[in-house]
Design a protein around this ligand. Sequence first.
Ligand code: HEM
Length: 147
Amino acid sequence: MTSETPEPAGESTTPYEQFGGEAFFEGLVHGFYERVARDPILRPMYPDEDLSAAERRLRMFLMQYWGGPQTYSEERGHPRLRMRHMDFSIDSVARDRWLSLMHDAVADMDMAPEAESQLWMYLVSAAFAMQNVPDDPIGQPLPTTQT
Ligand code: HEM
């Protein structure tokens, strides 16, 4: 390559590659599910006794989202993630626990700061979008939920 045609540094690569490819997503999602397995709020929400299939689905989804292989959609079709979460009651407590475990899993990956904030901002907004049990607006139990 001559000096007149320099490669633009990093611009042609996907976030998938910048984050570290499949090994990165394997590490991140495995670290997350190790925490889910020990979590008293989240663990009971997962129907399968073995979490490895759920781990694989999240890994494939995130790899696809960030520009990697499209295996998730080949196997599962359109993500429709909000719809796929409707069987689970996700309130703000479950949402925040999911984010807290994911935050620790992200921290373990020692990412470059800019990549880390790009990933984290997405995860926060995705987790908020997945909440399907609304908070009470005045912070008290609604009359119908009082016993
Ligand atoms: C907000 C808190 C969340 C909770 C409590 C939650 C819980 C669950 C549960 C219980 C499942 C079923 C496990 C299985 O696949 O067998 C699931 C599936 C899944 N979740 Fe979440 N989730 C949350 C947020 C998210 C977010 C933010 C994402 C994406 C960034 C995500 C991506 C997925 C994917 C890809 C699947 C598999 C969907 C499929 O193909 O069937 N989840 N989640």
